[in-house]
Ligand binder design. Structure first.
Ligand code: ATP
Ligand code: MG
Length: 381
């Protein structure tokens, strides 16, 4: 606790408030794989200027803070929202669909931190394998904000990107202590210099044309199963805005309704509302609207019926993952970490294949499974 107050530079009353609000949680499991860390805590909620997911670490060398990745607000209509929010020019980047990872260097080793502030053993092993560390020797105060995408993902699996297993795509480079981002050009330059992959920069244009340019790219992205766009101020002073393709909204819905009792109603409603605003703004023809309705209906119903069928056949509602680890120790550490995160999982017997320890596991959607069973047994809602 004491080191947290010191690291965050809190006055004694503020430190007390932090303790009372009970928003600090352990962020890692002590292990030789994390040799530089003595203690690590994360913020479960925003506290003052510090975002949720902010990590406070006592290393062998001192105190470190890694700020949480800020929320990105969403446009429901492209026009006039973009025009009202930005001035001058904007950059349109692809919004990739994976999980948010901040990569930093402590001591001599890289560490990969999830959105909520956990130091993830699996992601850390991948980062040490794939990310050119010399970037951090040259820029020790910076962090790489990346989307980790691919099928070998413990969190969000997508097969629409051309990656083997899992890979990192940098979308922001920020000061890890102040959270101040570098301008987009600077990010691109550094990424070229150190050979990082980046989330594709699709267009640069004046804000007057931004809604048209977004409209032009969004349909193509959607058809390719890609998520959408993030619109940014080239200087990264004005906060970015996100906008997603219909196919991505509906694929989220299909996912959420498959696990309907484990997902918040807000998650579902917001995605349906997005579809309505997009349909309105795009001035669709009768046929196009029909198609959208079909897509939405299918997304909501089909996966839910599948879940009911599963439970009716005596199975649980689960999500299957397959990960590969170089080190057996890291694999067991990851298994411990998942349990610590409070996720219900069934681990299958690990296998050794072509130099990798292969771990298959199923996340059990307990609440959805129980709810379905309850009703199939004849209970009332
Ligand atoms: P948020 O609180 O940021 O809205 P969320 O969990 O609801 O978070 P998303 O709807 O996926 O997240 O949108 C924001 C996320 O998009 C970022 O946290 C980041 O992980 C991801 N992302 C993918 N590509 C980009 C990009 N080019 N620029 C910024 N963020 C991106
Ligand atoms: Mg996302």
């Amino acid at each position: 606790m004491r080191f947290v107050a010191d690291a965050l530079n809190l006055t004694p009353p503020a430190a007390k408030r932090l303790e009372e609000r009970n928003i600090l949680r352990s962020a890692f499991i002590k292990h030789p794989f994390f040799p530089d860390i003595v203690e690590a805590l994360k913020l479960e909620k925003k506290f003052g200027e510090f975002e949720e997911g902010t990590l406070i670490v006592k290393t062998n060398h001192g105190l470190e803070i890694v700020r949480g990745y800020p929320k990105i607000r969403r446009a429901l209509t492209l026009y006039p929202t973009l025009k009202r929010h930005f001035k001058g020019d904007v950059v349109i980047e692809e919004k990739m669909n994976g999980y948010n990872v901040r990569i930093v260097l402590f001591g001599n080793n890289l560490y990969a931190i999830t959105r909520r502030g956990f130091i993830c053993p699996y992601t850390t092993e991948k980062a040490r394998e794939l990310i050119n560390e010399s970037f951090f020797s040259d820029n020790p105060s910076l962090m790489l904000c990346c989307e980790a995408v691919g099928m070998e993902s413990p969190y969000v699996m997508k097969d629409v990107y051309d990656v083997k297993g899992l890979d990192f795509f940098v979308f922001d480079v920020r000061d890890r202590r102040t959270n101040i981002p570098l301008p987009v050009e600077k990010k691109i330059k550094l990424s070229e210099e150190y050979d990082f992959k980046i989330a594709p920069v699709l267009k640069k244009c004046s804000v007057e044309k931004a809604h048209i340019e977004c409209r032009n790219v969004i349909e193509e992205l959607g058809e390719g199963g890609r998520e959408g766009v993030v619109i940014k101020d080239p200087e990264m002073v004005t906060s970015p805005v996100k906008y997603t393709a219909s196919q991505s909204n509906t694929s989220d819905l299909s996912y959420a309704f498959r696990y309907f009792n484990d997902y918040g109603k807000d998650f579902m409603l917001s995605r349906i509302v997005r579809e309505a605003f997009q349909s309105f703004e795009f001035g669709e023809s009768v046929e196009e609207l029909e198609k959208r309705c079909e897509r939405l209906g299918r997304a909501i119903l089909k996966s839910m019926v599948e879940s009911i069928e599963n439970v009716a056949n005596g199975r649980k509602v689960t999500e299957k993952h397959r990960l590969r680890f170089r080190s057996e120790g890291v694999m067991y550490l990851f298994m411990q970490q998942i349990r610590k995160m409070g996720v219900e999982v069934i681990f299958h017997e690990p296998k050794f294949e072509k130099g990798y320890h292969v771990l298959e596991f199923e996340r059990v959607l307990v609440s959805t499974t129980d709810k379905i069973r309850h009703h199939l047994e004849g209970n009332l809602w």
